[in-house]
Design a protein around this ligand. Structure first.
Ligand SMILES: Cc1ncc(COP(=O)(O)O)c(C=O)c1O
Length: 374
């Protein structure tokens, strides 16, 4: 008789499903027999990492037979200096994804509630479920922006965590830190609040210095090297919080969660902030261009903050298919209940131009077909 492994797994496994990432280039090439594809589906940095980070990784490669510093002290010290906090306030993870999961696992278990937006970053829901906690999704006020009043109202004595991405992925909305602070002021002091700033560098001028401007005893601000720093493949993320909280979360951390190459890459990238911020400026300029082109075509899904834009069309899944025929990978947002929307990551100027050319011909072919059918 075959064993029912699901019955053997912890109960929350039944409701869990694996995170569905953007389609990898290799998969599309294989599926379509193409020789080239452009991925605009995972909000990666199309310019790559700082050349200094690449050199640092090459130099460090000969030492990978040794374990890395499990405490990643040099990186903690550098990040602490960047943010004017103490090194013990820095929590490091294998991507900010791991940071978020570790925090949620530390504070929430069976019987506890985790509050997040319905269209907030999907990992909060998955991590809460994996921890055996109860996720409390709160609908957005207008389908896009976090409804902070409703989120504050959803907090009760069972609430252990509140998670907010600012800017949010995938809806692209941004709240000012004044608005976020007034939300924090309404929350109980013993709740842990994750403000996920994975896209911070793209909005740093608008938002200001969240680490110092926002105040709440349970505040954990998370950031990543995956977006602006172009190090998504290295998996480096961090959070800044009260050192008593980071010490607790560290108990759940795997001993060498930040690998050797990642530590060297992150240190070098931090030494090359001007280069990184110049690429951020290029990306912001690319986003503006894409957004105005989509607006002109009547396809804009609204202003986005971060390194992506939203396209809105009733036939969005057909558009994805046809874009893929031309080697362009976009991200469908049906898993977020946004079936009409596609998320398009900002590419290089050339990739954005190519995308718009392909999109124009896809939209034309769709309307020709519609006209022929009517
Ligand atoms: C809002 C948000 N938070 C966190 C992450 C996780 O990023 P990483 O694990 O690469 O740091 C992402 C990735 O897309 C994101 O969009």
């Amino acid at each position: 008789m075959s064993i029912d492994w699901m019955a053997r797994a912890v109960p929350q496994t039944a409701g869990l499903y694996p995170y569905v990432p953007g389609k990898p280039v290799e998969t599309l090439l294989r599926e379509k027999g193409l020789s080239r594809a452009v991925k605009l589906a995972s909000n990666e940095n199309p310019y790559g990492p700082s050349p200094k980070a690449i050199t640092a990784m090459c130099n460090a490669a000969a030492g990978v037979h040794r374990y890395p510093d499990g405490d990643a002290n040099a990186l903690k010290v550098k990040l602490a200096a960047l943010h004017h906090v103490s090194r013990d306030q820095v929590l490091l993870g294998n991507g900010s994804n791991e940071v978020l999961e570790l925090i949620i696992r530390t504070f929430a278990g069976a019987g506890d509630e985790v509050v997040y937006s319905q269209r907030g970053f999907i990992v909060y829901a998955l991590a809460a479920q994996a921890a055996g906690a109860t996720g409390v999704p709160v609908a957005e006020a207008d389908g896009r922006s976090h409804d902070l009043d409703a989120m504050a109202a959803a907090v009760n004595e069972r609430t252990k965590l509140v998670c907010i991405a600012n800017p949010n992925n995938p809806t692209g909305t941004l709240h000012s830190n004044i608005v976020i602070q007034s939300f924090l002021d309404r929350l109980p002091r013993n709740v842990v609040v994750i403000i996920d700033e994975a896209y911070y560098e793209f909005v740093a001028d608008e938002l200001g210095d969240s680490v110092h401007d926002l105040k709440h005893p349970g505040l954990m601000i998370s950031r990543t090297f995956s977006k602006a720093y172009g190090l998504a493949g290295c998996r480096i993320g961090y959070a800044i919080a009260d050192s008593r909280i980071t010490a607790l979360v560290n108990r759940y951390r795997e001993p060498f969660n930040l690998n050797l190459l990642a530590q060297h890459a992150a240190l070098a990238a931090l030494d090359d902030r001007d280069w990184v911020m110049a690429r951020v400026a290029d990306t912001n300029a690319g986003r503006e261009k894409l957004e105005s082109a989509l607006t002109e075509m009547g396809l804009s899904g609204g202003r986005c903050y971060g390194n992506f834009v939203l396209l809105r069309h009733a036939q969005s899944s057909e558009i994805v298919r046809r874009l893929e025929d031309h080697g362009m990978i976009a991200r469908p947002l049906a898993p977020y209940g946004m079936a009409d929307f596609l998320r398009i990551s900002v590419g290089t100027a050339e990739e954005n131009a190519e995308f718009l050319t392909v999109l124009t011909s896809v939209i034309e072919s769709l309307s020709e077909q519609e006209n022929a059918a009517s």
